[in-house]
Design a protein around this ligand. Structure first.
Ligand SMILES: [Zn+2]
Ligand SMILES: [Zn+2]
Length: 121
């Protein structure tokens, strides 16, 4: 039988069937891990994103991906916090600017007297 034991696995070398699993010396190798170039049996090899990897390489990859994700999550949180602070600062700035635009008359009540006088005939 010359066909690969796992469908989709490239028949790596002609002598694959003479190879043994790196972890199970009693088992025939089914595929070669492209990451660590070791031979593994059907049980030790896992398909991941269209590639065959040994479980150790897959675990390493998963850890690396998780680290990358968490780093980005921290960055995103920092950006979000910064944006929130800026938004809050802008709101307070606008409120302050608006209050400064209000004429002094409104604050000391003189405007109401003026309006009252203007309304009188
Ligand atoms: Zn590997
Ligand atoms: Zn194995």
């Amino acid at each position: 039988m010359n066909a690969p034991l796992i469908p989709g696995a490239a028949p790596v070398a002609a002598g694959l069937h003479t190879r043994r699993c790196a972890r199970h010396p009693g088992r025939e190798a089914a595929a070669r891990c492209p990451a660590c170039t070791e031979f593994f049996c059907r049980e030790c090899i896992v398909e991941h994103g269209g590639r065959l990897l040994c479980s150790a390489c897959l675990a390493r990859r998963a850890v690396a991906a998780e680290q990358r994700r968490s780093r980005f999550r921290g960055l995103r949180r920092g950006v979000r916090t910064g944006a929130g602070v800026i938004a809050l600062w802008l709101v307070f700035y606008w409120v302050g600017a608006l209050l400064l635009k209000v004429p002094r008359d409104v604050h000391d009540g003189a405007i109401w007297k003026k309006l009252g006088e203007g309304a009188r005939p």
